[in-house]
Ligand binder design. Structure first.
Ligand SMILES: [Zn+2]
Ligand SMILES: [Zn+2]
Length: 263
């Protein structure tokens, strides 16, 4: 299939070749949940061979590596050359280490047969892996190097929704991280002005920014005061203005409209 030394699903993944910063930047692209952990970074095209896997470039290797391989390596140790990292959950963009296992190419073929995903086995399948009927209306035919394959539209839609939700959650988090750093530099820059803040306003922004203790979300802070998260956000922004942070700075860093409603 793939040559042993090249391609994103081959070769060794050396965790030692990823510095702490790169490891953090890898996990920053992952949205965790009870079940699958969704990769929100770059993806390979959805073809028979590449399957839409997530990819991440490891600078020391000078090439991208499949995201689930990296997740496996960072959790359990190096993936030996020639071994595959397989999904128990069949979700190509899942990087939950609990859903990943080490296998060989032969294992992968046997697994695909068991799940009926190999082209010849697929022909006889009436339902997708998640039990949706593979009826004409629910099937999208895709061209693959081996001919064609049937994709379950219900599953595709569900994965797209999960992916978009994960993306949104991730940009909201990135936005919060930026506001946190603005707050911390504003507090450090002018402690006299910080001291003149109303007590609750100071509490809200220091708790949000994690100035004294680990940071908290607006939802957590709001719950402790018995106010709405929107109100907590207003207090946070009022405190920022009081600290002399140009409100435009915060406004420009505000996430897109659809995220603001959820905040
Ligand atoms: Zn999974
Ligand atoms: Zn399905």
């Amino acid at each position: 299939m793939t040559s042993p030394r090249f391609g994103p699903n081959s070769g060794r993944v050396l965790t030692a070749e990823m510095c702490a910063r790169q490891q953090n930047s890898f996990w920053d692209r992952v949205v965790k949940s009870e079940g699958c952990w969704t990769w929100t970074g770059a993806r390979l095209p959805i073809t028979k061979r590449q399957k839409g896997y997530g990819t991440f470039a490891i600078s020391a290797l000078g090439r991208p590596v499949n995201a689930h391989r990296i997740a496996y390596a960072l959790t359990y140790g190096e993936v030996p050359a020639g071994r595959l990292v397989m999904h128990r959950c069949d979700n190509p963009i899942c990087v939950n280490p609990a859903h990943l296992m080490l296998g060989t190419h032969a294992d992968n073929m046997a697994d695909m047969d068991a799940k009926g995903r190999r082209v010849h086995a697929n022909t006889y399948k009436t339902h997708c892996i998640n039990g949706h009927p593979l009826s004409d209306e629910n099937v999208r035919r895709v061209r693959t190097p081996a001919g064609s394959a049937r994709m379950c539209r219900i599953c595709e839609r569900a994965r797209l929704v999960a992916f978009n939700e994960a993306k949104q959650a991730q940009s909201a988090e990135a936005f919060d991280r930026e506001v946190r750093s603005v707050i911390i530099s504003a507090l450090d820059a002018d402690s006299a002005r910080a001291a003149s803040l109303r007590q609750r306003d100071l509490d809200v922004i220091t708790r949000f920014a994690g100035y004294h203790r680990p940071c908290e979300t607006l939802v957590e802070i709001a719950a402790s005061y018995g106010i709405t998260p929107e109100r907590a956000r207003q207090i946070r922004d009022r405190a920022l203005r009081h600290l002399g942070v140009d409100s435009a700075v915060v406004r420009h860093r505000r996430p897109p409209k659809n995220l603001r409603a959820a905040a």
